[in-house]
Structure formats: structure tokens, C-alpha cells
Design a protein around this ligand. Structure first.
Ligand code: ZN
Ligand code: ZN
Length: 371
């Protein structure tokens, strides 16, 4: 079928919306009519080739909420008309050793996730663009994706919330809940209070953490961090954050330091700020050369300090998403406050620009509609 797709003609060029041919469904695939796709910082890295370069044109977008339009042979989880989120994390087979151990990301019965792969679209010039959104292309009217990356979206959850849940929210919230498993009364500091960092703060709040320290250069984001659960806010422009974080946490530093921003210098600060027994959990990252650390001494870990990381909040997709939707429904987590602005599909370049430079938390590109 033909549909409109936001095509990046080459690295670092604005998107152009073009009519392309979408391939027929292969067995196990689902065609999704996209309603909303929000912009993730990973998309900003992708279009610059910072998640791996690509030749020729590309597509992007992975925070997808939409409606099942058609199903391929063998698909059983969804049927046409179902509301869904398409995620980078896959549900996995559910029966292999890794799936049963809560590591469906490493399912041995599915091929490994590749962040870049040929898309299902053919441009009018015959070219097949590279898909940078891993499992699906979100900035398009329709996408084909494997059944395994879908999770049903409850009828009362808005599509835009589904988009935010699909990646940004789980990345921060899940890092605290699933990877760090923070307990009541433990202290948490979060470097970077964009959408992911604010979701981590909400995870800390739900866990009963205290204190919860938000660290960012932008005061308006720190204000929102307070509203969403931070007990303290620190702006590196005004203070020495390492010293202050230690002071707030009995002189030793936070039990957990979540790093939701890119760059090795901030990771170094996070290690220095953490308690000697603390855990540093890395989420945000840029290119490999911007994340190399030659200034970490193995002896810093003798006291029990741990360095870990988290991708997509280590969620088990179809176990955790229904819980998070219910937490949203009952007001235990606040996703609406993190949705900055809605843009029609035609304004995708403006949406990207504002996401990168406009201090936005989560910009939503509306393709099929929000309702
Ligand atoms: Zn993302
Ligand atoms: Zn499996």
C-alpha cells in the first residue's frame, strides 16, 4: 500500500514527507496505523548518525501508539482494530531461559534487535531507506512491525500517553523500579530532568525514596521535578552538586545516582557524588567516544560502589505496561505533565528542533489523531 512517510534524505538533513510504498506483511508481522509518535532523544541522535551512520535516506520514530490495521500470517496477540504501542523492547517468546528469567531483550528465539535495518518502505526513486527506530518506523502513516514488539494500549489511555510510555517513561521509571529496585527511605539523585529523568524521579517517589535530588541546568525543569516528587533540586550553575548531594545525604552521598544525560564528564560526577556503597545507574548516552571513561579507578569500587546501566527500564513488556497504565489511570504517576507540545505530521522538523533546543520534555507528532 501507499502511505506518507517522513524521509530523512541523508544524515543531518530535515525530513521530507513523501509518499512511499509499504511492503506487504511477512508472517508474524502487523501493520499499524500510527496515531501519535513522540520524539525521543535517541531519535535526535539517530538522525545525526550518532547511533551508527547510514548510507542514503532513513526513517525514524519509535515511541509509537496506533491501531492495528492488518495482521500477517500466524499473528495471534492482536487483531485489526486493537489499540497498541510499538516498543523497542520485545515481548520475547516467553518460554526460553532468558524470557523466563525476565530478560526477554535477550530472547534466544528471536533475532537480536538491530537499531538500524532496511525499512519496509520503497521511495518513488526505488530506494529503500534505513529504519533507525529499531523495531518500527514511527514517523509515518503506517508501519510494519513484528508482533513481538507490540503491547496493547488500554481503551482509556490516550495515544500520546501510550507514545510516552513506549520508551521515555519506562526508560526512567523502570531504571529505578526494575534495575535499582530502590527501597523506602533510600536516597536517590537524578542527573538530568528531561522526560527520562523526570520518570526516574517518579519511580523514586513511588518506591518511597527519600531524599530525592533532581539535578539539571534548567530551572523550569527542576520546578517540574519538584512537582513530580523531588525533595531537593540542584543547579550546577549555582552550586557544587557533588558537595551538595553529599550534604543532603548524611555527608556520604545518595544510595542511588541515576544518570539520564549524555557525556562521560557527568558520569564521572555521578560516581563522585554517590555514597561509597552507592549504585550509579547509566541511562543517557551519546556516541561511544563521548562515553569513554579513562578516569575511573577500580579502587573506587572496593567500598561496595556499583556501576550499572539500564536500557528501556529493563521492562518485561506485557507484564509491566499494564501496571504502568493503571498507575497513570489512578494518578500514581503523572505522564501528562511531561507532554510538552503537539505537532501535526507536516511540522515534524519544527517538533524535532524544539525537542533539541526548545527545552521541551516530550514533543508529540500527531499523525492519525490523538483520539
Ligand atoms: Zn526512545
Ligand atoms: Zn524467549
Amino acid at each position: 500500500m501507499k502511505c506518507k512517510v517522513a524521509i530523512l534524505p541523508e544524515l543531518n538533513k530535515p525530513f521530507v514527507i513523501e509518499e512511499c510504498d509499504l511492503a506487504d506483511l511477512k508472517p508474524g508481522q502487523v501493520r499499524v496505523k500510527i496515531m501519535t509518535c513522540s520524539i525521543c532523544h535517541s531519535d535526535i541522535h539517530s538522525v545525526k548518525g550518532e547511533h551508527g551512520t547510514f548510507e542514503g535516506s532513513a526513517t525514524a520514530g519509535h515511541e509509537i501508539a496506533g491501531i492495528v490495521d492488518a495482521i500477517g500470517e500466524g499473528v495471534t496477540y492482536v487483531k485489526p482494530g486493537d489499540r497498541v504501542m510499538a516498543c523497542i523492547v520485545r515481548a520475547g517468546c516467553g518460554t526460553c531461559m532468558n524470557c523466563m528469567s525476565g530478560r526477554s531483550w535477550f530472547c534466544t528465539n528471536l533475532p537480536p534487535n538491530k537499531f538500524e535495518q532496511p525499512s519496509a518502505y520503497t521511495r518513488s526513486n526505488g530506494e529503500i531507506p534505513t529504519q533507525t527506530g529499531s523495531t518500527a518506523t514511527g514517523f509515518a502513516e503506517y508501519t510494519n512491525c513484528d508482533e513481538s514488539c507490540l503491547c496493547k494500549l488500554d481503551d482509556d489511555i490516550p495515544y500520546a500517553v501510550g507514545s510516552a510510555l513506549a520508551c521515555g517513561f519506562i526508560s526512567g521509571f523502570g531504571a529505578v523500579i526494575n534495575r535499582c529496585q530502590v527501597r523506602p527511605g533510600e536516597s536517590v539523585a537524578v542527573f538530568g530532568t528531561g522526560g527520562v529523568g523526570l520518570s526516574a524521579i517518579q519511580g523514586a517517589k513511588v518506591s518511597g525514596a527519600n531524599p530525592i535530588i533532581a539535578i539539571d541546568l534548567i530551572d523550569s525543569k527542576l520546578e517540574l521535578a519538584k512537582k513530580l516528587g523531588a525533595t531537593h533540586t540542584l543547579n550546577p550553575k549555582d552550586c557544587d552538586v557533588i558537595e551538595e548531594a553529599k550534604k543532603i545525604c548524611s555527608g556520604f552521598g545518595p544510595d542511588y545516582v541515576i544518570v539520564a544525560v549524555a557525556g562521560s564528564k557527568i558520569k564521572r560526577q555521578a560516581i563522585s557524588a554517590s555514597a561509597p556503597w552507592g549504585t550509579i545507574c547509566v541511562i543517557g548516552h551519546a556516541t561511544a567516544d563521548q562515553e569513554m571513561m579513562g578516569d575511573v579507578c577500580a579502587m573506587e569500587f572496593l567500598s561496595g560502589r556499583k556501576l550499572t546501566g539500564s536500557v528501556m527500564g529493563v521492562v518485561t513488556l506485557r507484564r509491566d505496561m499494564p501496571k504502568y497504565m493503571d498507575m497513570y489511570r489512578r494518578g500514581i504517576v503523572d505522564i501528562d505533565s511531561m507532554l510538552t507540545r503537539y505537532y501535526p505530521f507536516e511540522q515534524i522538523n519544527e517538533a524535532f528542533n524544539d525537542a533539541e533546543y526548545g527545552g521541551a520534555l516530550k514533543n508529540i507528532v500527531v499523525i492519525g489523531g490523538t483520539e
